[in-house]
Design a binder for this molecule. Structure first.
Ligand SMILES: Cc1cc2nc3c(=O)[nH]c(=O)nc-3n(C[C@H](O)[C@H](O)[C@H](O)COP(=O)(O)OP(=O)(O)OC[C@H]3O[C@@H](n4cnc5c(N)ncnc54)[C@H](O)[C@@H]3O)c2cc1C
Length: 344
């Protein structure tokens, strides 16, 4: 059972098919759902070799693919390879099953997986669920107003409108750039440390986003606000506190709060999977060689682990599925030997 059809889940399904494993991918949204939710027309920051399942397969028009080219590649890959992916079906819960009837002959524990459309029995479960479940909140009054969004989709509804972006990473930088370039009156509210950060490992704004943002600043199409904190959001305005403690009220039509998101680890924790604090939040504890957690048969790959980018997600799946196949083959042959011994 593979949960999630992002790059990790698709790569795992491809490997499972190659290894002849009986498998299914359950995806609550669409194939490549996280990429589908990227801003329209975005050029991704990775190069093709970091995004493709087979070397040389992804052929964008320019050096790096757009959202549309990447999504089209992932969808075509699934269709051309006839991968067994069930979309618009959500995994709701997973329970350990001590030798369920259908698995009895295998003499191993398995898992009962309940979705909103049915139930499955699985010997191994790969969580490839990404980390988009819980967008982080500011926790300020007015954050639930309809003009406040936790992800940025496209510019055109906001042309000539007063837009505020709160955030310090690449997604916030890209949204500010899209909005400023296409004629929204844009303010980026950012901590000075985030604006001045140039370390890609710390999740800084990439230089090819930062450079044009600086150009927009010079041309007065973008305003930068060095943030202390957001005080509140109201119809028609926002109240901010600057890094020096001054309060300002800005006229405002739309707010994008782009400060990251966290995975939902509830199902993993309910199974007894241990977690730890990673660089960007809570992550499951797993063996970096096998990607198996402390619960035998439960594996993790992708964005909500220590490998947050697409290359790491694909590489993890490519490593762990052959290991599962080898384990299953070894178990099957031990079982066969035991049966022969009993028969004799
Ligand atoms: C705007 C933006 C640009 C980015 N650009 C890049 C880039 O250039 N390069 C790069 O390497 N990374 C980039 N990233 C990060 C990249 O998107 C992730 O690293 C990548 O999606 C991880 O793949 P994944 O398979 O682990 O998770 P995801 O792609 O998030 O896939 C997880 C899937 O699991 C599904 N799912 C979750 N829970 C359930 C459930 N209970 N039941 C069923 N299905 C479920 C989700 O719907 C989702 O489709 C970017 C991210 C954003 C937001």
């Amino acid at each position: 059972m593979i949960i999630g059809a992002g790059p990790a889940g698709i790569a795992a399904a491809f490997e499972a098919k190659k290894a002849g494993l009986d498998h299914v991918v359950i995806e609550r949204g669409l194939i490549g759902n996280t990429i589908y939710n990227y801003p329209v027309g975005l050029t991704v920051f990775s190069t093709t070799n970091e995004l493709e399942f087979i070397e040389g397969d992804l052929k964008p028009a320019r050096e790096k693919p757009t959202r549309e080219e990447l999504l089209s590649y992932y969808v075509r890959f699934v269709l051309d390879n006839e991968l067994n992916i069930r979309t618009e079906e959500k995994v709701l819960s997973i329970e350990r099953e001590g030798r369920p009837a259908k698995l009895q002959s295998l003499r191993e524990e398995g898992f009962k997986v309940a979705t909103d459309k049915g139930e499955y029995l699985a010997k191994n479960v790969l969580f490839a669920i990404g980390a988009m479940d819980h967008p982080r909140k500011l926790g300020v009054p007015g954050e639930d107003l309809p003009k406040v969004f936790d992800h940025f989709r496209e510019t055109y509804p906001w042309v000539k409108k007063k837009a505020l972006i709160v955030g310090g990473g690449n997604s916030a930088g890209e949204a500010a750039l899209f909005l400023a370039q296409e004629g929204a009156e844009t303010t980026l509210a950012i901590f000075r440390d985030d604006w001045e950060n140039t370390d890609p490992k710390q999740g800084c704004i990439k230089y090819w986003v930062k450079q044009p943002l600086e150009d927009e600043l010079k041309e007065h199409c973008l305003k930068l606000f060095f943030l202390g904190k957001v005080i509140g959001i109201r119809e028609g305005e926002v109240e901010l506190e600057s890094e020096s403690g001054d309060r300002v009220v800005l006229e405002n039509d739309v707010v994008f709060v782009l400060i990251g998101s966290d995975a939902d680890l509830t199902m993993l924790k309910n199974l007894g999977v241990e977690t730890e604090q990673g660089k960007h939040g809570e992550v499951p504890v797993y063996d970096p060689e096998t990607f198996e957690t402390n619960v035998p048969g439960i594996y993790v790959a992708g964005h909500f682990t220590h490998q947050r980018h697409i290359k790491g997600a694909i590489d993890a799946a490519k490593t762990l599925v052959p290991l599962i196949a080898a384990k299953l083959r070894a178990n099957a042959s031990t079982e066969a030997q035991k049966r022969t011994a009993t028969d004799l």
